[in-house]
Structures are given as C-alpha cells and as structure tokens.
Design a protein around this ligand. Structure first.
Ligand SMILES: [Mn+2]
Length: 330
C-alpha cells in the first residue's frame, strides 16, 4: 500500500476473452503496490500548477475511459501485447489548495512505487508538466543513478523558478537548478516556431540543454533521430526518463491541449518517435502531460491520441524488450 495513492473515480470490469480491449487487459490494483508487473500506470491529477487554465487533472480518468476503444492487438506489428502484465495503481492523492503539498505527495508516491514495484516500467499520466520535477527527483533519489531526460515539447520549460514557481513552465529548470539532472543530459525534441523567448534560449545554452527542432527531426526521421539521442545519452547516463508534453502536437491534432500551437508535430510523427523510444531498455519510465479533456473535441480526438501514444510505446516495448513473451502472433 501507499498512503499517497488512492482509487480513481473511474473503475472498470475486466473480461478475458479472445478479442480483448485495453480495459480488459490492465489490472486495477488501486493503492496495492506489488512486484511482478512489467508496467505500472499511475494517474497524477494535478493542474492547479498550469500557467494556462487547464483541467489536465481530469485526464487520468478520461484516459482510462478511452481504453474501451482500443484492442490489445497491433496490426502494424502483428502482435497482441496482452501478454504484458500491466497494473493501474490509481491516482496520487492531491491537496485541494496546496500545490507544494501535491508535489511532495507525487514525490513520495513515486518513491513507494519504485520500492514496492521494483523492475517495472513506470508510466505516469498527468496532470500538467509540473509533475515531472517531483517524479524525476524521486527517481534519482531512489536509484542513485545519473538520469537523462528526453522531452517532447514545444517549450523548453526553463522559465526561472524564482519568478514562476513550480509551475508547468519550470519543471526542467527546477531539476537543473537543484542538480538533480545535468543540462547536457536533457534532449528536447519538437521545438518550433515563435514560442520560446530569447532569454530562455540563452538559459538553455548556459545549462547545455540539447535542442532538436521539429525541422531538424524531420530531416533525420524518427529512427535516426532517436538512435542519435539515445546513443549519446548512453555514453553519459545510467537511465532515461521520457516526458511527453502533448503541447508538442500541432493545435489541429491536439485541440484538447491548452498550449498546443500551429506549426507543431503531427500525431503520426509523435507515434513514430515513441515507437523508437520503446526499443531502449534503459528508458526507466515516462509521463504524458498537459492534456485537458474538457477542451477536447466532442469525439475526444486528443484523449484518443494520448491513449494511442501510450499504446505505441507498449507495443514497441513488447516487440523489442519482451521477446520471451512475444510468442503469440496471429
Ligand atoms: Mn512542457
């Protein structure tokens, strides 16, 4: 058990049958932290720390509700990833008004999860981007390892903490200023357009943060781009944390993201990048943040895109890292 994690509003009935949906696959294990799961999912329903008004705190539940629309069979890889053992641990408990208390709860929950669910892959569903700072603090603290970050984002998230506090504009800056992560170990992919002030670019240079613009990525392609990033990280760090700010997507693809912009990444490009990320077993965990389901289209196109992104990582990890389980094909 963890006193910092509780049951979410949404629960579901699993039904094991031939044509499984994702909701039939993921085991509800609310607050019950045990070993033996390949992957554990935790909801982090915090968005009071978002610079733009956001109901990203609702995303964990909308994420769960959308599982019914997806099968556990991937036609692209001709695999059924139902053989991965996945648990949903529930949601980190939040304080109603005290954001710092919320961040402390996230950090403590992540400590508990790593202790009681060892050797799992840790997937966090936000929430806004402020949650990444306490998550990564807990990872460095628990593992004692040098942690690299691969960040998919339209923004650097390097705003100064003195002026902006622990918001979704500062998570990377918080980690760099406190020495939890080194600037040279951060790789931001997806920067584009007119959304980062020159002072932030200067800060990125001073910290040594690696910047890969959307245009550079498009020249390289997903496979080569992620191979380059992971190969250089392998020389420096022990493990990697991947953070996906859904605002990296073009506003057309992500109406449900308060800070999405024109000129952003297409959803198929994000899926291709995440598929490549799924090949690397020194990736320790990841999060998906800043998706506000209340702003989404009626058809919930952004929520579904978020689930698709998550399932893409699951498929790739299943194919590339769990070959002993990967014996069943159609
Ligand atoms: Mn961000």
């Amino acid at each position: 058990m963890s006193e910092f994690i509780g049951a979410p509003a949404t629960t579901w009935n699993r039904v094991e049958h031939e044509d499984m949906k994702v909701k039939d696959w993921i085991v509800p294990s609310f607050g019950k932290l045990t070993e033996g799961f390949d992957i554990v999912i935790t909801g982090i329903p915090l968005s009071r720390s978002s610079i733009s008004a956001s109901a990203a705190s609702e995303y964990p539940d909308f994420f769960r509700k959308s599982w019914q629309f997806f099968s556990t069979y991937s036609i692209d890889d001709n695999v059924d990833f139902r053989h991965l053992h996945v648990a949903d641990l529930g949601d980190v408990k939040m304080h109603g008004t005290n954001i710092l208390q919320c961040h402390t709860n996230i950090e403590r929950a992540m400590m508990d999860i790593q202790i009681y669910c060892p050797n799992s892959f840790y997937v966090q569903i936000g929430g806004d981007h402020s949650i990444t700072a306490p998550i990564v603090r807990a990872i460095t603290q628990h593992t004692g390892k040098r942690v690299g970050i691969v960040q998919f984002d339209t923004h650097l998230d390097l705003r100064a903490t003195e002026s902006d506090g622990p918001t979704n504009g500062t998570p990377i800056r918080q980690l760099l200023d406190t020495g939890v992560v080194r600037g040279e170990d951060v790789y931001n992919i997806g920067l584009h357009g007119f959304y980062n002030a020159p002072s932030l670019i200067k800060a990125a240079d001073e910290y040594g943060v690696n910047r890969i613009t959307l245009k550079q990525f498009r020249k390289n392609g997903a496979e080569q781009q992620i191979a380059e990033v992971m190969n250089s990280l392998k020389e420096k760090v022990d493990i990697v944390y991947v953070t996906v700010d859904m605002d990296v997507l073009d506003i057309t693809y992500a109406p449900g993201v308060p800070a999405s912009t024109p000129g952003g990444m297409r959803s198929d490009e994000l899926f291709d990048l995440l598929y490549e990320v799924g090949k690397y077993d020194f990736v320790y965990g990841m999060d998906f943040v800043c998706l506000d389901p209340h702003r989404d289209s009626r058809e919930q196109q952004t929520v579904k895109t978020g689930v698709y992104a998550f399932l893409t990582v699951m498929t790739s990890r299943f194919v590339h890292l769990y070959s002993e389980k990967n014996t069943v094909t159609m």
